[in-house]
Write a new protein. Structure first.
Length: 280
């Protein structure tokens, strides 16, 4: 007879090592949270306008497992036109916010922070290729008539917001880096629950962490552990930034070599994120 955890995990997919029925978050709750992120964008699609140059972060997002659905819906309401990207950013965004907050807690300089943003973009784009409808060809998704900047905009907006306290898990990352957050703190537990939500997304899509999003997976492993979380988050970021030098975005469909991702992180896109952060 399968355990409660195995009964809720996707059929044919083994639960991650260390997952226990009494630990972290019940996967039925994670499944509701994941589905909410994809449903939330549909509820807001009618009122969404055209994306602006720099959407301001929402005034308040919930520090609970409702965060993925709310973040996805806010991205759509801000004018992000790709519903699937909004939903994916809603699920991955809270984990990226932990990393971006930890980077500020560790005192990353501007250059190192820019490299971290490049790694975040790369892993989001790689996940978009294999999770959900983005696994189809770009033409089937109507990308042929959409420019590179418009396609990347949901991720750009999400990373800008996740670099500020507007996303509650950003503060968790700062405190973990400073070593002032206790294991039993409710905010710490919420970050762990959200890491399990992301793991569920990838398990259902049968995503391999070492190929698609090693930095985000390493961050989830750190959040689901109990020792040296800050140090493990720093190692996760180092892993992502090292891959900036060893991997090229040429493998991403419909993206010419030398596309706008690196440039936007080192130039205007990164400056936009810094200006957004200054408001908090």
């Amino acid at each position: 007879k399968p355990s409660g955890l195995e009964a809720r995990w996707p059929s044919g997919v083994a639960p991650p090592r260390g997952a226990r029925p009494g630990a972290m978050v019940f996967l039925s709750q994670a499944n509701d949270c994941l589905c909410g992120a994809f449903a939330g964008v549909r509820r807001h699609s009618v009122s969404a306008g055209k994306p602006g140059p720099a959407a301001r972060p929402p005034a308040q997002l919930p520090g609970s497992t409702e965060l993925p659905a709310r973040l996805a819906a806010e991205l759509q309401a801000a004018g992000c036109s790709n519903n699937h990207h909004c939903a994916l950013a809603g699920v991955a965004g809270p984990i990226l916010a932990v990393l971006l907050g930890a980077a500020d807690g560790f005192g990353f300089d501007e250059g190192k922070r820019a490299r971290l943003h490049i790694a975040c973009r790369r892993e989001l784009r790689q996940l978009a290729r294999v999770v959900g409808p983005q696994a189809a060809s770009p033409k089937a998704l109507g990308w042929a008539s959409v420019g590179r900047a418009a396609r990347a905009e949901p991720f750009e907006t999400a990373l800008g917001w996740c670099s500020t306290p507007a996303v509650p898990t950003y503060g968790v990352g700062v405190q973990l880096a400073l070593g002032v957050l206790q294991e039993g703190d409710p905010a710490r537990q919420t970050a762990t629950d959200l890491a399990w939500v992301f793991r569920l997304l990838c398990a259902r899509a049968r995503v391999h962490d070492h190929k698609q999003a090693p930095m985000i997976f390493a961050a989830c492993n750190a959040l689901c552990g109990s020792k040296d979380v800050g140090e493990r988050l720093e190692r996760a970021m180092d892993l992502g930034m090292r891959r900036n030098r060893s991997e090229s975005l040429n493998a991403v469909p419909d993206e010419p070599a030398g596309g706008g991702l690196e440039g936007s992180a080192a130039g205007g896109g990164f400056e936009m994120m810094r200006q957004t952060s200054a408001g908090f």
